[in-house]
Ligand binder design. Structure first.
Ligand code: MF3
Ligand code: CO
Length: 249
């Protein structure tokens, strides 16, 4: 069942999204060779607390941390850890923020120091893919239009779209209907309706799209060891088109 949100509910989720976006902007200033994702995890915990918010991922289905921190070939759900980041790495920080029951979800990939040309192209294409998906979020369009816009652009740039993880509705809990694949066919799938709130979160790989799961049962990484990037926003469908609830100003 798809739970449509009222303008008031969307406003409250936007408030959570603003705090999440501000947190990402702080993280952007912290990323440099030598810092660890554990330090970022601790920063996020304290930032959220200072802003009257809580980390919704902590305790979700047994997940232990405020952030997912996925480095290089890790696609998603990497654990924050004390190992320092190195020049040339990329790291995706993903988190869900809760303010009095209103949630917002956003992931961002950061370059550590100077990265290769191929890596900076990956980051540019992945972010652009997210915004091309968002552009399709007008009432009356279909879910397949989002995936198609992302997939056709990404594959033309020579990269691949992860199939095993997709965007999702979000409301009182992190994962609701509808499902939002980052691949698909134009004109197919459900019609977008005012009041839908969901994430678009393409995970884009330099090499093959297939993944393998770590023994920890959480962390997915690319099957060929090549890099994977991700940008994610929470979006509300409104009469006036898409409203990005996690936009960084
Ligand atoms: N933020 C993730 C997403 O985009 C959810 C992570 S689930 C967790 O869907 F358990 F790792 F927190
Ligand atoms: Co997320």
């Amino acid at each position: 069942m798809i739970i449509l949100k009222s303008p008031r509910e969307i406003e409250l989720m936007k408030n959570a999204g603003d705090i999440l976006a501000a947190c990402h902007k702080e993280i952007a200033g912290m990323i440099k060779p030598g810092i660890s994702t554990w330090e970022i995890e601790e920063f996020v915990d304290s930032f959220l607390e200072r802003n009257g918010a809580t980390p919704e991922q902590k305790g979700y289905k047994g997940y232990k941390y405020a952030t997912c921190a996925s480095i290089n070939d890790e696609i998603c759900h990497g654990f924050p850890r004390k190992t320092p980041l190195n020049e040339g790495d990329i790291v995706t920080i993903d988190m869900v923020v809760n303010v009095n029951g209103a949630l917002a979800d956003s992931a961002w990939t950061y370059a550590v120091g100077k990265v290769s040309k191929e890596t900076s192209h990956l980051l540019k294409v992945t972010k652009e893919a997210l915004y091309r998906g968002i552009e399709q979020c007008n009432e009356g369009n279909r879910i397949g239009d989002i995936g198609h816009a992302i997939q056709s652009y990404v594959e033309a740039e020579g990269f691949s779209v992860v199939r095993d993880f997709i965007g999702h509705g979000i409301g009182a809990i992190i994962h609701e209907k509808p499902e939002i694949p980052h691949y698909g066919l134009p004109g197919k799938g459900l019609r977008l309706k005012e009041g839908m709130v969901f994430t678009i979160e393409p995970m884009i790989n330099v090499g093959k799209y297939q993944m393998k799961m770590d023994v920890n049962g959480w962390t997915a990484r690319t099957i060929d060891g090549k890099y994977s990037a991700q940008y994610e926003h929470t979006i509300a469908i409104t009469k006036n088109g898409p409203l990005i609830l996690t936009e960084q100003k």
